[in-house]
Design a protein around this ligand. Structure first.
Ligand code: NAG
Length: 358
């Protein structure tokens, strides 16, 4: 590698002087120097984990499926989902403390929303007389594992939903909150209660969800799940495992050719749960390897899980460092899933509102 580096630099310099003469809009896969060189929805990066030293324009955004068709049930769409959406690289805890916990994403929730992320996995804890986004240390949130009060991030989502009247967002809470009505209070404080899709409208026996159109018209555009069963009765917040199946998270979810359910979930093939989530990230988040994991192996994984889930494409595709890819990455996996859900083909660009491909 030490011998290759000077060459790479020379190549970059030539490339950059060349670039400044031509336009700044480069398509996916083209050599770039800066993010600004690439078309909208792309950024400039290398994938060293795949021996890809040439900086190329890579996808950061899926095609928004609502640009194609809004009349299908919610369970016929696939959404880019960030694992630990709140655990931002380089973040400093709002307590002022350094964070000694792993980080999983590179940008803020607002930036994720702009890039088309529509599923957010958030770990919530009672902490400091409030509810915080946090990791645990011995089951408890503490300064060095805490990120920020949940209400801050929920407000970012509220601003987005208010600005974008046709967008639907899903929050999946890993719920450690024990304070009475804690979740209700924090969603109220964020001004999100009015957008909540009611649990009473969620199909319990594998039926189709209301259509996206319907959710938009009624402005019930926030779908929230909790991992705490009791909250469905006490606060009307949907218990995730009544409505969704998920494969194993962490390293177990990266194994090729298999797609076992995670412990809390019913079997992947259980069609009494209408939603399918595919986890594809390692036990320990890895910024360097993420570009590789989010690319070809992720596409393989959604195909394996499609079979395991009784030929159902995932509604949610959850990754670390969603912007890292070796080309199409997680946005492409979401496109493939949407293309199959809406048009029964792999090419979402060619998929049309009438469900025909090309
Ligand atoms: C945690 O942070 C708060 C500031 O928000 C500080 O008052 C407290 O002393 C810190 N606790 C520890 C154990 O460092």
């Amino acid at each position: 590698m030490s011998q290759r580096l000077p060459l790479l630099l020379i190549a970059l310099l030539i490339q950059s002087s060349f670039l400044f003469e031509i336009s700044s809009a480069l398509k996916e896969g083209k050599t770039c120097v800066l993010n600004e060189n690439c078309d909208a929805g792309l950024h400039c990066e290398t994938c060293l984990a795949n021996n890809n030293f040439r900086p190329r324009c890579s996808r950061t955004q899926p095609i928004n499926p609502i640009s194609k068709v809004k009349g299908l049930p919610f369970n016929k769409y696939s959404w880019l989902t960030t694992h630990n959406s709140f655990a931002r690289l380089g973040a400093i805890s709002k307590t002022g403390s350094l964070i000694l916990a792993p980080t999983n994403q590179q940008d803020s929730v607002t930036s994720q929303l702009t890039n088309g992320v529509r599923g957010f996995m958030l770990d919530m804890y009672d902490f400091d007389n409030d509810i915080w986004l946090c990791h645990s240390f011995g089951g408890k949130c503490c300064n060095i594992t805490s990120f920020q009060p949940a209400v801050n991030v929920l407000r970012e989502i509220k601003v987005f939903l208010e600005k974008n009247s046709e967008e639907v967002v899903t929050i999946i809470i890993e719920d450690y909150v024990k304070s009475p009505k804690g979740l209700t209070k924090v969603f109220n404080a964020a001004g999100l209660q009015k957008f909540m899709f009611p649990v009473t409208r969620m199909p319990k026996n594998g039926g189709d969800w209301p259509t996206l159109d319907d959710m938009i018209q009624q402005s019930q555009r926030l779908v929230v799940f909790t991992s705490d069963r009791s909250k469905e009765a006490t606060e009307g917040i949907a218990y995730q495992w009544n409505f969704m199946v998920e494969n194993q998270y962490g390293n177990g979810g990266l194994k090729e050719g298999v797609c076992p359910n995670r412990g809390e979930s019913a079997a992947m093939s259980d069609k009494s749960k209408s939603l399918v989530l595919v986890n594809h990230f390692p036990d320990a988040p890895d910024l360097i390897v993420a570009c590789k994991q989010n690319s070809a192996p992720l596409l393989e994984s959604i195909k394996t899980c499609y079979q395991a889930a009784g030929q159902r494409w995932p509604n949610f595709i959850a990754v670390d460092f969603y912007k890292r890819s070796d080309g199409g990455g997680a946005p492409q996996a979401v496109d493939v899933s949407n293309a199959n859900l809406i048009c029964s083909c792999d090419n979402f660009a060619a998929c049309q509102a009438n469900g025909k491909c090309g």
